[in-house]
Design a protein around this ligand. Structure first.
Ligand SMILES: [Zn+2]
Length: 233
């Protein structure tokens, strides 16, 4: 990353941290919102992965992935909104988004189709799907991005991956990958990245992912990077 680009990233992250952590942020919000780099009214669709009967992975402390996904997504939504972006949440409560189905698998199919519909019916969308990773061996850690095959997705994922490594995951060798086999990512028509924020199977990382302050930092990194990406396109 060029020095100037990194500076922009940290500047935006710093503004976001100040806004998020300070009680005096409200006055500054107006200024930031007025100057926010809104490009063609992109609507950032935030998809908190899983929900309801489908809790996703279970952490080493017994908490369902869907809980972390929703908490982080809500913070990200608030922050992007503060920065002046139009946003849409796929779900705001601990529920799946299926509209039909009797069996668990039928509901799962309906849930995935509904998520695709929500994204594709949005005008000028950009998708951020929020998930947490898990592996039988607890030693693995670090965020990892998975990009759709659509225009811009790989670039955004690479920027996000690099931003995570230079801020929250120093020394991480993780590289972003194409989201092969992920239904939602294969059926959207817009730029989209699935963000695995970290490993719920790693006790140290799980404790961070549960921590409010860490979640805020994580959202700052995502918001600053998406903002930088949109400003450059
Ligand atoms: Zn997941």
């Amino acid at each position: 990353m060029k020095k100037s680009k990194r500076w922009v990233l940290f500047y935006l992250a710093a503004i976001a941290v100040i806004l998020f952590l300070s009680d005096r942020g409200s006055r500054a919000v107006t200024t930031i919102a007025e100057n926010a780099p809104i490009k063609g009214r992109t609507c950032i669709v935030i998809d908190p992965g899983h929900g309801g009967e489908d809790g996703g992975a279970t952490s080493c402390t017994g908490v369902l992935e869907s809980t972390y996904n929703l908490s982080i997504s809500k913070r990200l939504n608030d922050l992007l909104h503060l920065l002046g972006y139009e946003t849409k949440m796929v779900r705001t409560t601990d529920t799946a988004v299926y509209t039909k189905g009797e069996t668990i698998s039928q509901k799962k199919v309906s849930d995935l189709k509904e998520r695709v519909r929500i994204v594709n019916e949005t005008e000028n969308p950009l998708l951020l799907s929020i998930h947490q990773n898990q592996f039988p061996d607890g030693k693995y850690s670090g965020a990892q991005m998975f990009y759709a095959g659509t225009q811009g997705s790989q670039e955004l994922a690479e920027r996000l991956q690099s931003a995570f490594v230079s801020t929250l995951n120093p020394g991480s060798k993780r590289k972003c990958k194409k989201s092969d086999g992920v239904y939602l990512m294969e059926h959207i028509g817009c730029t989209g990245v699935l963000i695995e924020c970290g490993f719920l199977s790693n006790p140290t990382e799980e404790a961070k992912l549960r921590d409010e302050a860490y979640q805020k930092k994580l959202c700052c990194v995502i918001a600053a990077t998406v903002s930088e990406y949109l400003s450059s396109t």
